[in-house]
Write a protein that binds this ligand. Structure first.
Ligand code: SAH
Ligand code: SF4
Ligand code: F3S
Length: 487
């Protein structure tokens, strides 16, 4: 595994790109007599959200401001940061791009850029070249640090610039200006890419091989975030447990280092692969009060045969052992998962094994997906692709169980008073706020008038409070504020 490095030349190119674009946008803005705006549209996972915070940071450094209109096309620079995990993600992009043709005709200065995981699938790039010539710039996730240079070149040359590389290069996060979207939560990627090649998954192709960030860089960033007052950090990677920094540093070391900053009330992480999750990590979750009591561990299937075909190197027996161990050690902890229905060759018996395993693991929540054949992956060429009607029927049976388990998990909280980190207003106007427990349960709560707390919409974001839970719903619980902490 390579530790990520950038060169002085990268830095110089980056800065000259930003400076030239700043001048360009300043004169364009003067000509139009208004501030120029940008919009970054983000699809997919939190790693893409993190990339979008960097795209947004770069665009701000060029003198642009975030468009406020809320409409897709209401900006001078529009960036689509795409995801290719399932087919419906692809469809979204092309649907939206089509609508931009008239906009481009109306205002030739508008810039449209497309990046993200879909751009590592050659068919998608070919389609943009052929059918969407008005897209100005296409680049892949490994080129994020070259965005200013590429954007400058695309604008200067006034023709579509496509820059897709075979690079496995990623610039260190400290390279970028980062426009963090949440006031209280900071996304902190600790590694990029994936080596697991699960047979259905596009990510290893889209994101390249695993690369871990330097341990000291991560700790420096965490220290900076703590100083700035962030309350929650989310450590990100496709498989955080395979983090390998220099000097034998492991994910457990990162988790400990993050939780050492006492001003973080929540240290969260996503995702863990069952093959790499260590007992040490579970022990840290159990013993450190500010490390979330929530483990997201993708099971994918309950059938050993399907798991083998998926190239997931564990048996369902082993998975359930890990689940058990987590439940025993992390008191009241919550366990969530991902499950794919209708993987090629999945028989009724295999599927029944999945249902059984779901019941045994008693997941607190599950993200359930219908299998989607991704071009270029091994499973896309497997025989025995499952007909859609069977997939739909199985999916219905599975979600009935996972919804029931989620509601049961929520019901166990009723009557308790729990600590909640407030994320913001839930419904405008009626004093309903939302937040999460340290077990990642979503809580919507009201503030009784007699408490005399009359916060503005943003005032409570990032604050800790105690909420009495009085009702369970399938995906959340409702409650009432008891007191704000830290007053
Ligand atoms: N690295 C994470 C998963 C990231 S992708 C992990 O291994 O836990 C999130 C989820 O999308 C996967 O866990 C899987 O359940 C689902 N997924 C990935 N590729 C898919 C496909 N081709 N069809 C359906 N679901 C898929
Ligand atoms: Fe995809 Fe598997 Fe890697 Fe997760 S571990 S990103 S599912 S290949
Ligand atoms: Fe999608 Fe890429 Fe994430 S494919 S799920 S945005 S790593």
């Amino acid at each position: 595994m390579t530790v990520i490095k950038t060169t002085d030349k990268d830095r110089l190119d980056f800065e000259s790109g930003i400076n030239e674009l700043k001048e360009y946008f300043a004169s364009l803005g003067a000509r139009k007599g208004r501030a120029l705006t940008y919009n970054v549209l983000t699809y997919g996972c939190q790693l893409n959200e993190s990339d979008s915070e960097k795209l947004s940071g770069m665009l701000m450094s060029m003198g642009l401001v975030q468009s406020k209109g809320g409409e897709l096309d209401d900006a001078d620079v529009i960036v689509f940061n795409t995801c290719s995990i399932r087919e419906n993600a692809d469809r979204h992009l092309f649907g939206n791009l089509g609508a931009f043709k008239t906009l481009k005709k109306k205002d030739r200065d508008v810039i449209i850029a497309v990046c993200g995981c879909m751009m590592k699938v050659p068919e998608n790039v070919a389609r943009i070249k052929k059918s969407y010539p008005y897209v100005d710039l296409v680049f892949d996730p490994q080129q994020l640090h070259r965005f200013p240079v590429l954007l400058r070149d695309a604008i200067r040359d006034k023709k579509q610039l496509v820059n897709i590389t075979a690079d496995d290069y990623i610039a260190e996060d400290s390279f970028f200006p980062i426009d963090r979207k949440r006031k209280f939560r900071a996304l902190v990627p600790i590694m990029y890419g994936c080596n697991n090649f699960c047979s259905y998954c596009i990510v290893p192709y889209a994101r390249g091989r695993e690369r871990s960030r330097d341990f000291d860089e991560i700790v420096r960033e965490l220290g900076d975030l703590a100083k700035k007052g962030y309350k929650e950090v989310m450590l990100l990677g496709q498989n955080v447990n395979s983090y390998r920094g220099g000097d034998g540093k492991s994910f457990a070391d990162i988790l400990r280092a993050a939780s050492d900053f006492e001003s973080f009330s929540r240290v969260r992480f996503m995702s863990s692969h069952p093959k790499d999750l260590s007992d040490e990590v579970i022990d840290i979750m159990a013993s450190r009060p500010n490390v979330e009591k929530h483990l997201h561990l993708a099971m994918q299937s309950g059938s050993d045969k399907v798991l083998k075909d998926m190239n997931r190197p564990y048996t369902i027996g082993r998975f359930l052992e890990i689940a058990d161990n987590f439940r025993k050690k992390v008191d009241g902890g919550s366990l969530t998962t991902d499950i794919i229905v209708g993987f090629p060759g999945e028989t009724e018996e295999d599927f029944a094994d999945t249902l059984k395993a779901v019941e045994k693991a008693r997941f607190d929540a599950a993200f359930t997906f219908q299998y989607s054949a991704r071009p270029g992956t091994k499973a896309a060429a497997f025989p025995d692709q499952i007909p859609q009607d069977i997939v739909t029927e199985r999916f219905g049976r599975l979600t009935e169980i996972t919804n029931r388990l989620a509601e049961e998990s929520n019901s166990r909280l009723v009557g308790r008073t729990m600590e909640v980190l407030i994320e913001g207003i839930s419904k405008a106007g009626d004093r309903t706020f939302s937040g999460r427990t340290i077990t990642n349960h979503l809580v919507n709560f009201t503030i009784p008038e007699e408490l005399g707390i009359d916060p503005g919409p943003d005032m409570l974001e990032g604050r800790l409070c105690e909420v009495r839970i009085d009702r369970a719903r399938p995906y959340s619980v409702d409650g009432e504020l008891v007191r704000l902490k830290g007053d």
